[in-house]
Each structure stands twice: as C-alpha cells, then as structure tokens.
Design a protein around this ligand. Structure first.
Ligand code: SF4
Ligand code: SF4
Ligand code: FES
Length: 255
C-alpha cells in the first residue's frame, strides 16, 4: 500500500475526447490548522478511466500532497476504499463511463474517507481498529491432534458451504458503511463476522465454538440491525448480511 505525497512535475495534459469534471475532496492535514475541509479540482476524464485514474491525475498534475492508499488498481488488494458520492466504493473498480452524465450536464464527484475510523490524512484512515476486530475472531484454521501427512480432505459441498465468505479482501467498505459501527466502533463489524463465518462453517476447523462465544459478546453479532448497508457496499458481492444471519442462527441452534 502507498500513502505518500509526491510533487507534481509535468504540465497537466488534456486528453482528446475527455470531459471536464469537478472532483470535490474532503482534505485533512494533521499538521495544519484548517481541519477537515473541501477542495475542488477540475479534471479531464475519459469514459475508460477508473476513478482511481482521476485521483492519480490530481496527485500527478494538480496537487502532489493529495494522500490516498492504492496498490493493485484491479480490485484485489482492498486498499482504496473511499466514500464516493456518499457510497463506499473501491476507486479502482469505479468506471467513469458509469458516472458521466448524458449530454452537456456537468458532473461533480464528492470524495471522502470511509467513516468510523480515525482520519490520518485526506483519504487515509487508521485501519488498526478494523484489523483488531478481524484478529479478535481468530481468522485462521484451528485444529487439534497431529498434523496430517497429506492435505486435509473436504467434499465439494463442504467447501461450498463457506465459499462466499472466502472472497473477502478486507477493504472495510462493509464495516465503515454500517450505522451501528459508526455509532459505536466497539462493534466487531460485518467484515470481522464474515471472516469468522469463513472458518466457523469450514468442516476442517475445530474452533467454531470459540469464535461463536466471541461473537456472542455484547459487541458481537447481536448488535447487527439487518439494514443491509454492508451487503450493498461489498465490492466482492459477498452476501454479508446473510453470513451474519447464519452466524446468529449457529449461535441459537448449536449451543
Ligand atoms: S446488516 Fe448489520 S452489519 Fe450490515 S450494515 Fe446493517 S447493521 Fe451493520
Ligand atoms: S466483506 Fe466485502 S466489503 Fe467487507 S471487507 Fe470483505 S470484501 Fe470488503
Ligand atoms: S487499488 Fe487494490 S483494490 Fe483498488
């Protein structure tokens, strides 16, 4: 992940066939007195651009101090989650062609850091509380006895049981779109529960009881109000709320 400031060096190019848009960004620098405030930039975009290209353009040509995380640029690393026009998105998965208005209408895009985590600078938040919750649910295979001499066998249907929740890339789009998490960051949040689900329903794992006890805590699954914000926000299409409901059912019926 990269979150460094670079100095713009080249004149800002305007590609042929591009449309000028306004990008309004929530800026914050802990080293100045301004606090969080909005700054706007005019950026020429092509329909084939991703929104991450737009931010890279600003950083390269207009303001090298703009700070945001990004790495893979292909929706895999989960590092560029941000709130774009009020919705949590990965900037690298958002195509400009899906945002550009028809005709002569002007487009303004607002960009803010994801909510519920402390802002460090501009669009970069401190992810540690998010990863603390992830680590707390023991997101790894727990087994007893001796190591097997060959791989642990699992049927296709047993593997399918938790297939959806293996897709998580820990981007935090779900947790930081959850109103319960906004109100009280001590709630584990949907991403931690998704990653607990991935092991609770794995037939090879023996730690389900331990994880269910952790999630039965007052900061656990029972705080979820089933508003589906998390499912709507997930860039991997994981049925987050369904996974949370399955963990709740496991708590009710396997005790
Ligand atoms: S369904 Fe539950 S975890 Fe998801 S956003 Fe709503 S309250 Fe939060
Ligand atoms: S469940 Fe989806 S939104 Fe939540 S952290 Fe994983 S990939 Fe991101
Ligand atoms: S930069 Fe890796 S997911 Fe967007």
């Amino acid at each position: 992940m990269t979150a460094v400031a670079e100095t713009p060096q080249k004149a800002a190019p305007v590609p042929e066939g591009s449309t000028m848009i306004t990008v309004k960004i929530a800026r914050f620098n802990p080293e100045d007195e301004l606090g969080q405030h909005w700054e706007s930039f005019q950026v020429p975009v092509l329909p084939t651009d991703r929104f991450l290209n737009v931010l890279m353009y600003i950083k390269s040509y207009l303001d090298g101090t703009l700070t945001f995380r990004r790495s893979c640029a292909h929706g895999v690393c989960g590092s560029d989650a941000m709130r774009i026009n009020g919705v949590n998105r990965l900037a690298c998965k958002l195509l400009m062609k899906d945002m550009l208005p028809k005709g002569d209408k002007e487009l303004t895009v607002t960009v803010e850091p994801i909510r519920g985590l402390p802002v460090e600078k501009d669009l970069v938040v401190n992810m540690e509380p998010f990863f603390d919750a992830f680590r707390a649910v023991k997101p790894y295979l727990i087994t007893s006895g001796n190591e097997p001499t060959r791989e642990r066998i699992q049927s296709q249907s047993d593997r399918a049981r938790f297939d959806d929740t293996t897709k998580c890339i820990l981007c935090a789009c779900c947790t930081t779109s959850c109103p319960v998490y906004w109100a009280d960051g001590s709630y584990f949040g949907p991403a931690a529960i998704v990653n607990a689900h991935r092991f609770i329903f794995d037939s090879r794992d023996e730690g389900a009881r331990e994880r269910l006890d952790i999630l039965n805590d007052m900061e656990g699954v029972w705080r979820c109000r089933t508003t589906f914000n998390c499912t709507d926000a997930c860039p991997r299409g994981i049925e987050v709320t369904k996974a949370i409901q399955e963990v709740k059912r496991a708590l009710l019926f396997t005790r």
